[in-house]
Design a protein around this ligand. Structure first.
Ligand code: FES
Ligand SMILES: [Fe+2]
Length: 396
């Protein structure tokens, strides 16, 4: 995004607000609940999405210094270890020792290590993945070559401050994977310079798409978030744009946008006047608010369970200070808890949706024309899943 785009996005939202409209799809959309509850369907997603496409897995600013790491399990329990090497590059390894497969670091861990030491027999690895040492190696492992026993690595690439990896180790992550508009958007948000304030992780009993869908429409704001978001937003109004794949940028206008008409354009500030969402499905949602970015990472665990990581990213302390001021800390803590409160309103609904779908009582869902990003998402999803439009009736 650049300044011109920022102005255009505000004008677009104001024009829609002026006539009481939002961004529509030309028609409604319906599909079967099978795509949220069927184990076979999840396996099809596993083949078509989770194991065969580059996946956005983290923001690079989550690992700012050499030795910084985070661990998480990808679909099918594939243990991942993201770590920034001494050469300043983030790599994605299997979190598995080459001796006898022990986990090097616990799941969901973050921290900083100069080297990675296996907790079983102390084989140790560099932050760039090579095997540095193994007790009594020469005496016990005659015939094995240490140089061939580095950590198993997935191909990965940092694009616009976001780290992508390819779950298929025979494939790479293309340099031009992400549209320039998305890359510029991240730069506009100063993503690369953000610092992690805090993170939290938990599991929600709902399909990843149910949870994703709650994040890209404003139809529910006045109802599901009537005491949290609704007082600050302009109701069922949102605009969005995609430049390919299941990636989008969404604008959710807030009440301060109404003042834009009385202000000179030079005073227009989209982060004060709207929430911006960047969604890189299936995993990453980046929510930009005036003084923070919330990164929400979703890892599908099974057809009906999704692991969520919430990470609050904020500007570094002012003028090189080592820590944020007390006032900044209070603001960050408030925002960290507020995001969680709002998400919990969505997740509670997501769990009831999943349970009801699993009961089979109602076997289809409908998206209204103003839930247009949901229709777009499922159109893209159907292309990736190889579902022909006329085959939808055979889903059930
Ligand atoms: S399994 Fe890691 S050192 Fe033995
Ligand atoms: Fe919501």
């Amino acid at each position: 995004m650049d300044r011109q785009t920022e102005i255009e996005l505000i004008k677009q939202a104001l024009a829609l607000k002026a006539c009481g409209e939002t961004q529509y799809h030309e028609s409604t959309h319906s599909h079967s609940t099978q795509r949220y509850i069927s184990a076979d369907w999840f396996e099809r997603e596993n083949q078509a999405i989770f194991q065969s496409r580059p996946i956005a897995i983290a923001a690079a600013c989550e690992l700012p210094l050499p030795g910084d790491y985070l661990t998480l399990d990808w679909v099918n329990g594939v243990p991942l270890l993201l770590i920034r090497g001494d050469d300043n590059r983030i790599r994605v390894f299997a979190n598995a020792c080459r001796h006898r497969n022990a986990r090097l670091l616990p799941i969901g861990d973050t921290g900083c290590r100069k080297r990675l030491v296996c907790p079983y027999h102390a084989w140790s690895y560099s932050t760039e993945g090579s095997l540095l040492g193994a007790p009594d190696f020469e005496r016990g492992f005659e015939g094995l070559d240490k140089r061939q026993l580095g950590l198993v690595e997935f191909s990965s690439r940092e694009i616009g401050g976001m780290v992508f990896f390819h779950p298929d180790r025979d494939k790479g992550v293309p340099e031009n994977l992400l549209a320039d508009e998305m890359v510029f958007g991240f730069a506009y948000l100063n993503l690369q310079q953000q610092k992690v304030y805090k993170r939290r992780s938990y599991v929600i009993k709902a399909n990843w798409k149910v949870l994703l869908e709650g994040g890209i429409e404003a139809y529910h704001f006045n109802v599901a978030h009537k005491n949290t978001l609704a007082p600050f937003f302009l109701g069922n109004l949102s605009t969005w744009q995609s430049w390919g794949d299941m990636n989008l940028r969404m604008v959710l206008p807030k009440k301060p946008m109404l003042e834009a008409a009385t202000l000179p354009e030079s005073a227009w500030d989209i982060r004060a006047m709207a929430n911006l969402i960047y969604s890189l499905s299936p995993t990453i949602t980046l929510l930009a608010q005036p003084d923070n970015l919330s990164l929400i990472r979703m890892v599908p665990l099974s057809v009906g369970e999704t692991r969520i990581d919430e990470v609050l990213l904020v500007e570094p302390p002012e003028k090189g200070a080592a820590q944020w001021s007390q006032e900044e800390l209070r603001t960050h803590e408030t925002n960290f808890n507020l995001v969680n409160k709002v998400l919990n309103e969505d997740w509670a609904l997501g769990e009831t949706i999943q349970a009801n779908m699993a009961s089979g009582v109602v076997d289809e869902v409908h998206f209204g024309r103003f839930e247009s990003a949901l229709i777009w998402f499922h159109d893209e999803y159907e292309k990736i899943m190889g579902i022909a439009a006329d085959a939808l009736v055979t889903e059930r």
